[in-house]
Design a protein around this ligand. Sequence first.
Ligand SMILES: [Zn+2]
Ligand SMILES: [Zn+2]
Length: 332
Amino acid sequence: MSEIRKNLLTGEYVMIAPQRAARPGVQDHGAPTRSLAPREATCPFCPGNEAETPPTTYRAPAEGPWRVRAFPNRYSILDPDGTPWRRVERMHVATGASGPHEVICESDRHDFSIALATQDEAIAVVRAYVDRYAALYRDPRVAYVSLFKNHGPQAGCTVPHPHSQIVGLPMVPKNHERRANDAERYFEFVAECPVCRIVHDEVDAVQRIVASNEHFVAVVPWAALSSHHTWILPTQHATSFGETDDATLVSFANILRRVLGALRSALGDPDYNLSFVSTPPSYARSPFLHWYASLVPRVTQIAGFELGTAISVNPSLPEESAAHLRAFLPKV
Ligand SMILES: [Zn+2]
Ligand SMILES: [Zn+2]
């Protein structure tokens, strides 16, 4: 039986259609099949090949061989040195797309995976995320920072060495503006932050919870975009990922590692996109905006129906996805 669910944070609709999973040709995700060597001589992100990438912007540790390293993306989607401009052609407008776009190498190991990382390795990755997130906002051209990870070719990843990316946009994306406006309207009516309310209700309802720790809860959203789509939500109100303190950062590394570990075991290392939904400094300490991370496994294709209607089709019941992930969740 199909049903249409609405995502209260994004305004998106999802068709939950479990019968679609039985279609011929729908992939069966078995055991993990990706196998990489710890070093790859031709990989531009492996140690020893630093000259093939632009100069380092972040490294850890500060001395000796690096374990985590960030640098500008050689194939940046933005013009790294551009200055603002605007052009009008009849009814059309173009503006200069300039700003920073960096790669964050999550490890010196070519075969590293956050899903299998130690807690210290995961902390090192999250520390780099927080550092670069705050650093990109210090660029005066930047209005919005997008931090994301593409894992696997279906998710848009072209270099297999484990890495994330961070982009400093010269404008605030429309979906963020809409989310902020909706959250503000909700706050005006009921004087509460919608994400704080979702955290409260999901903890109460229990059935969509995947994992929790001192500072976070991971849930499959009511209107999950795909099978095993998971949100990692700070349980205390927090506007910006860039202001994450050290204790919270350690908790985030813990829950991210465990959720990715569960996903890897449950679906056999599927391709996925991880993105951070956070707010620019102009919204600092807003009572209605609350950052979170969204993990979307790319296990179904976006096709004509989705493009024509902007309604995603999810062949899994969110409550069943959550139970499946819970069954594979690493204990610590
Ligand atoms: Zn490599
Ligand atoms: Zn909140």
